[in-house]
Write a protein that binds this ligand. Structure first.
Ligand code: SF4
Length: 205
């Protein structure tokens, strides 16, 4: 299957279902991205909004009692780890970045709890930078469609996408693959009978 056709078809089928996080400041966005792993956007928006209403800025959240933060984050899952990441990130940004969230990738990933995916997602929204955002969903879908081999490294996946996706809208493509992987091409029990790509899929045939 051609990767440009895959992008176009995903756009047709899933574009209206893409839900971005709601945010009105870089601080709010960062908080919600830290809350995001293994959680759906609605829950992240809900818990993130609650956190922001209690701790409106980075200094408030840094000074907040850890147990109070954990109590708010608890419904989202992995709450201890995520609460710790929130506190550590605030502490680092205040102590090392004068309270300002960095706007460059290499600076962002120095923040505890901010990895490659979180940093790229943040910059794609704040700076409108165009990134290939690799995650387990993207890898699974491209592997099942035999566009990449199962053992491909991140660099090989990036090179493959960059050399084949002509319109270069990498962030959009990454987000669509992420959504497709969550909704249809799930890790366990993919919904292949509903899939528009089943005729091209080795996993299904
Ligand atoms: S046919 Fe099934 S395994 Fe293949 S891409 Fe579609 S959902 Fe995924």
């Amino acid at each position: 299957m051609d990767i440009c056709n895959l992008h176009e078809d995903l756009n047709v089928v899933f574009h209206d279902s893409l839900h971005e996080l709601s945010y009105s400041s870089d601080f709010e966005l960062l908080i919600k991205l830290i809350l995001s792993p293994r959680a759906n956007e609605n829950k992240v928006n809900q818990i993130g909004n609650l956190l922001i209403s209690k701790f409106p800025n980075i200094y408030d959240l840094n000074n907040a009692n850890f147990l109070s933060v954990k109590k708010i984050v608890k419904p989202i899952g992995y709450y201890h780890q995520k609460s710790l990441r929130l506190k550590n990130a605030c502490d680092f940004i205040i102590s090392q970045c004068r309270g300002k969230i960095p706007k460059k990738y290499n600076d962002l990933i120095q923040i505890p709890g901010i990895g490659d995916k979180c940093a790229k997602k943040y910059l794609s929204l704040i700076n409108k930078d165009d990134y290939i955002i690799i995650d387990a969903h993207l890898i699974r879908v491209l592997t099942r469609l035999e566009l990449i081999s199962p053992n491909s490294s991140y660099v090989q996946i990036e090179n493959f996408i960059k050399s084949n996706l002509k319109n270069s809208n990498y962030t959009d493509f990454s987000n669509l693959l992420n959504l497709f992987g969550k909704k249809l091409c799930k890790s366990r029990k993919p919904e292949c009978t509903k899939c528009p790509f089943k005729n091209f899929c080795n996993f299904f045939n």
